[in-house]
Design a protein around this ligand. Structure first.
Ligand code: ZN
Length: 427
C-alpha cells in the first residue's frame, strides 16, 4: 500500500475553531509521508525551494479538505434509511429493531460492516462515532473491518437490557462484560477507539447504567455515547421508565455518564437547567439536522447552544438521517438554523465537520486539519461534480462562497477521492 505522496491542488482547512481561522491555498502542495502530513504550502514556495513539482498528483480544479467527521451514526441502520411515516419510538419498533436483529447473523454482520464503511468513505467521511448493534460479535466485526481499512473510528456495542425487542436485549452484567471484552480487544488498537454505548436511558436498567458508568471509570480513555431529548414523547417516556430521576440528563448524570468524553445525539428539548449542567460537565452535543427533520423531532437551536457554552458537532444520524454525506448534513443544518434565525456560515460549517468534530471527540491531535504531523485523512472535492454546481461555482468570487455552494448542492458525487492515512481508498 502507498501511504506517501505529494498532492498539488487547491487546499482549504480550518486552523482554529475559536476564534475561527482557516487557510486557503489557491495552488498548494500537501506532502504526505507514511500516512502523515509532513508539509503544506504554496506550490510556488515548494518550487523555489527546489522541490520537483512534477512529482505531484496535480488536480488544479479539485479542492482538498480534511476528511469529514460524523459524530453520531448507526452502522446497522443503512438498512432502514428512508423508512416512511413514523416518529421516534414507533420508528425504532417498526423499522430499526427488526433491522438490527439481523446482525445476530455473523456473515450478514461482516458484509454489512464493510458496506457501511465503504459508504462512509464514498461520502468523504473518514472518522465517525458509531453505534453498532447490541451484538458482541457484530461489533467485533465492525472494528475488524475498520482496522482493515486503517480508519480512525470510534464505535461501541449498544447496551440495551430492557424495553426493546427481546431478541436484541442484553443483560445488565452481560452487556458490560461484552463491552469490556471489546475495549480490551480494540480500544487504542491501530486508529480505533471504544465508546460505551447505552442506546438511551429508556432501554437500560438502573443496574446497567450504573455498571456503564463504572466501566468508564475503569477505562477513562473510552468515550460515552447515547441519545437525549430527541422527541417530546421520548422525554416523557424516559421520566416514566426512571421515575426516580430529576430530569432526562440526570438519568445519565447520576451514573457518571456525563463528562467531557460523552457525546449525546440531539439535545433538542433540554431544559435550561439541563443545558447549564451539560455545558458545565463539558459534554458534547451531536446536532443531527437531517434526522431531526425526517423523523419530525424538532429544531435544534445552535445559536442558543453556543450561548450556553455547549460544544456542538455535526452528525448524520443515519438511519434517522437520510444521508451519510456530511455535505448534505450541513445543508440541512443550515436550513434548521435559518428557521431559528441564525445563518450558519460556510467556514463555521466546514469547521464543524472537520477540526471542530475532531475537537469534540478529543481527536484533534491526530486529525481535523493539515497541521504537520497529523494523520493524512483528506478528500478531494470536485466543483464540477454536477452541471448545476459547476455553473453556480462559475459565478463564485471567493472560497467561502464556493464552499457554501458545495455544502448546499453537494453529496457523494462531489467527493472525487477519499484518502485514509495517505492511502487512496478504492470503493
Ligand atoms: Zn441516533
Amino acid at each position: 500500500m502507498n501511504r506517501s505522496g505529494a498532492f498539488r491542488s487547491r487546499i482549504l482547512h480550518v486552523t482554529s475553531t475559536d476564534p475561527l481561522r482557516y487557510e486557503y491555498l489557491e495552488d498548494g502542495v500537501l506532502l504526505v509521508e507514511d500516512g502523515k502530513v509532513v508539509d503544506l504550502g504554496a506550490a510556488e514556495v515548494f518550487g523555489r525551494a527546489g522541490f520537483a513539482l512534477g512529482q505531484c498528483l496535480h488536480e488544479p480544479d479539485y479542492l482538498i479538505v480534511p476528511g469529514f467527521i460524523d459524530t453520531h451514526v448507526h452502522s446497522p441502520q443503512l438498512d432502514v434509511i428512508a423508512s416512511y411515516g413514523e416518529q421516534l419510538l414507533e420508528w425504532l419498533n417498526k423499522y430499526t429493531f427488526p433491522a438490527e436483529a439481523r446482525y445476530a447473523d455473523e456473515t450478514y454482520a461482516a458484509t454489512s460492516a464493510v458496506a457501511f464503511l465503504n459508504s462512509l468513505l464514498e461520502a468523504g467521511t473518514t472518522t465517525a462515532l458509531v453505534f453498532a448493534t447490541s451484538h458482541h460479535k457484530a461489533t467485533d466485526l465492525l472494528f475488524d473491518a475498520a482496522n482493515e481499512k486503517n480508519m480512525r473510528l470510534i464505535a461501541g456495542k449498544v447496551l440495551m437490557d430492557q424495553n426493546a425487542t427481546p431478541e436484541l436485549h442484553d443483560t445488565a452484567k452481560g452487556g458490560i462484560a461484552d463491552s469490556e471484552a471489546l475495549i480490551r480487544s480494540w480500544h487504542g488498537k491501530g486508529r480505533l477507539g471504544y465508546a460505551i454505548t447505552p442506546r438511551f436511558a429508556g432501554t437500560s436498567s438502573v443496574e446497567q447504567l450504573t455498571l456503564a458508568g463504572e466501566l468508564h471509570q475503569r477505562y477513562p480513555g473510552t468515550w460515552i455515547q447515547s441519545h437525549i431529548s430527541e422527541n417530546l414523547d421520548e422525554v416523557r417516556w424516559v421520566s416514566e421508565v426512571h421515575p426516580h430521576v430529576d430530569d432526562y440528563l440526570d438519568a445519565y448524570e447520576r451514573y457518571g455518564l456525563v463528562n467531557e468524553r460523552s457525546v449525546f445525539a440531539h439535545c433538542i428539548h433540554l431544559t435550561e437547567s439541563e443545558r447549564r449542567r451539560f455545558a458545565d460537565k463539558g459534554a458534547k452535543a451531536a446536532f443531527s439536522p437531517s434526522s431531526n427533520l425526517f423523523i419530525g423531532s424538532g429544531l435544534f437551536d445552535l445559536a442558543q447552544a453556543k450561548e450556553d457554552g455547549i460544544d456542538v458537532a455535526l452528525a448524520s444520524d443515519v438511519g434517522g438521517g437520510t444521508s451519510l454525506s456530511m455535505l448534505r448534513t450541513i445543508a440541512d443544518a443550515y436550513k434548521v438554523c435559518q428557521l431559528k434565525g441564525y445563518s450558519l456560515s460556510a467556514m463555521e460549517a466546514l469547521a464543524m465537520v472537520t477540526l471542530g468534530g475532531a475537537e469534540a471527540l478529543h481527536l484533534d491531535p491526530f486529525v481535523g486539519n493539515f497541521e504537520k504531523g497529523k494523520e493524512a485523512d483528506f478528500i478531494m472535492l470536485d466543483p464540477n461534480a454536477t452541471n448545476v454546481m459547476s455553473r453556480r461555482i462559475g459565478f463564485s468570487d471567493s472560497i467561502e462562497d464556493e464552499f457554501f455552494v458545495m455544502m448546499t448542492l453537494g453529496d457523494e458525487k462531489t467527493i472525487a477521492a477519499t484518502y485514509v492515512a495517505g492511502e487512496k481508498m478504492s470503493l
